[in-house]
Design a protein around this ligand. Structure first.
Ligand code: MSP
Length: 534
């Protein structure tokens, strides 16, 4: 039973629904950029895509944060949710749905889902005793806490002792069904290391978990007992379902599940793996829903090799970063420099060196100098096409098959592999120009050879720009325009066409006598940080 069906014409994917206790941090930006890249890639190859993001607004953490800011929870949530949207615009994220868990439509979905699970006999009242980390919104095993009952993920916060009556979800009942799911669909949890983590956790035996809270107002009441409030995670995971509703349709499960379900991919960070890879599929099983496609848990980001945090004073503000450097540079760095799934680091000097070397020098200068040579040596027009280039041309041989290779890399979320493959071609172009020296060929009156060299380079740059467009859509659009195409990769409609993908993701697409635009730098070199970070 393959979970990622590449032949389907629709593709739905989610980012986590972010807590609104604070403005977005670089971790939320990282997941969202990756999700946007996949969404753009799937659109590029003609799929109908639904990219879901949003905010997780209930629970004690949010309630307390709003209180400590002297605000009502709803107005606090409204303000922070707007901050997420602002960042997504700045980072050029093309989301399709923004799911807010405080919306009335969401309450209708949660209620209906709750009754399905209730009617199945999977919810019962019990006594919950344990240590609760409000920052994680999760009960912790005593053995997993640091000294003084501090949470390892929030070492400055103490977990709180709770002993209260809660409603429980019968997770234990789904132990063998979950194990069967992981066996049948070996790609359900990715990467492999995360899958092993989950298999190990589940093999120790699953315990039921509480899905309601007492003494908490900020959330939906439990439909069968309004003195209890639904646990924030039970509510939040269902935000993915609510997001599937068309804006004008009635908020029912049937409507929500009619077009996009099951969701193809949930992108998350490794800290929320258990909720997505264990609790969530069990909830779906209980409600009789087909199970989502894949759960991919990416790694954590550090800054200059250190864990980021307010207490350490080394947070990385994504808004500041994008204001300073622009969306494409940031998107490129995080996706190229960090192997998706592994932990990764942000260092400003490395960031600047990487984007200057790859985007400004290797790619940008290459296009600029080649187009300038076309003007100078060929009156701006190349008479040859891909067919005139011999099979022994090194660029043609790297470029052929690259579309398939890079598509495979995107499919498996190997962004870094995709970038490295594309830049192998770009670096080969730079070497090819230096080796072939078209300026000498020109002097020797070898006009046809000059044109063939320049064609091979420009066609390679075109292919690279096309395949890079999910990551650096604005740079790719500028390159495409200079190469004489009226394609803007930031417009969803013209690019969302399988025929376009077929003809543009291959080497040899540039036509003879293509009308090129004027050469202009596509990426201005970034200056090193003033204070000189390490
Ligand atoms: N609200 C829940 C998710 C509910 S989904 C139905 C939540 N929100 S969160 O805002 O705390 O975290 C959102 C995401 O940010 C998580 O995927 C988490 O892994 C990610 N990150 C938080 N810090 C991070 C880094 N330092 N690096 C990379 N990602 C990190 O959890």
């Amino acid at each position: 039973m393959p979970s990622s069906d590449t032949s389907k014409s629709t593709f739905a994917l989610t980012t986590p629904l972010y807590y609104v206790n604070d403005l977005p941090h670089i971790g939320s930006a990282y997941t969202t950029m990756a999700a946007d890249v996949i969404a753009r890639f799937e659109r590029l190859r003609g799929k109908s895509v639904l990219l879901i993001t949003g905010t997780d607004e209930h629970g004690q953490k949010i309630q307390r944060t709003a209180e400590s800011n002297g605000r009502s929870p709803q107005s606090f949530c409204d303000e922070i949710a707007a901050g997420f949207d602002t960042l997504w615009q700045k980072l050029n994220i093309q989301y399709d749905r923004f799911s807010r868990t405080t919306s009335p439509r969401h309450e209708a979905i949660v209620k209906e889902f709750f009754y399905r699970v209730w009617d199945k006999g999977d919810i019962y009242m019990g006594q919950q005793k344990g240590w609760y980390c409000v920052s994680c919104e999760e009960f912790k095993e005593e053995r997993d806490l640091l000294e003084g009952h501090h949470c390892p993920l929030h070492p400055n916060k103490e977990a709180e002792w709770r002993d209260e009556q809660n409603y429980f979800f019968r997770l234990s009942k789904y132990q063998s069904q979950l194990e069967a799911l992981y066996q049948e669909r070996s790609d359900f949890i990715q990467p492999e290391s995360r899958r092993n983590e989950v298999l190990n956790f589940v093999s120790q035996g699953l315990q039921d978990f509480s899905i309601s809270r007492v003494n908490l107002d900020w959330g939906f009441p439990v439909p069968v007992d309004p003195k209890h409030t639904i646990y924030v995670w039970f509510d939040a995971l269902l935000g993915y379902v609510t997001a599937l509703l068309d804006p004008e349709s009635e908020p029912t499960l049937e409507n929500a599940l009619s077009k996009w379900w099951p969701i193809d991919l949930h992108l998350i960070g490794k800290d929320i793996l258990r909720f997505h890879a264990v609790y969530w599929p069990a909830m779906m099983m209980s409600a009789g829903l087909p199970i989502s496609g894949r759960i991919f848990g990416h790694g954590f980001l550090t800054k200059d090799g250190k864990k980021m945090g307010k207490t350490l004073g080394n947070t990385l503000d994504p808004v500041e970063l994008v204001n300073l450097y622009g969306a494409d540079a940031i998107r490129y760095y995080f996706l190229k420099e960090i192997e998706f799934g592994q932990d990764g680091d942000f260092n400003e000097t490395r960031f600047i060196n990487t984007v200057n070397a790859d985007l400004a020098n290797d790619l940008g200068n290459l296009l600029n100098r080649t187009l300038t040579m076309v003007k100078k040596y060929c009156k701006g027009v190349l008479d040859c096409s891909g067919e005139d280039i011999g099979a022994d041309n090194p660029l043609k041989s790297i470029g052929e098959g690259m579309g398939d290779r890079v598509a495979g890399a995107y499919e498996s979320l190997a962004f870094s592999t995709a970038c490295n493959d594309i830049f192998t071609l770009i670096r080969a172009c730079n070497k090819f120009i230096d080796d072939q020296a078209p300026w000498t060929l020109y002097k020797q009156n070898q006009q046809q050879a000059v044109e063939q060299v320049l064609y091979a380079v420009l066609e390679s740059v075109r292919l690279a720009a096309y395949l890079l467009s999910p990551i650096v859509p604005t740079i790719s659009s500028d390159i495409y325009q200079q190469l004489g195409f009226s394609i803007n990769f930031n417009d969803k409609n013209p690019i969302n066409d399988p025929l376009l993908f077929k003809s543009h993701a291959v080497w040899g697409t540039l036509k003879a006598k293509q009308a090129f635009g004027d050469p202009k730098p596509v990426f201005a070199k970034l200056n090193p940080p003033a204070s000189g970070s390490s």
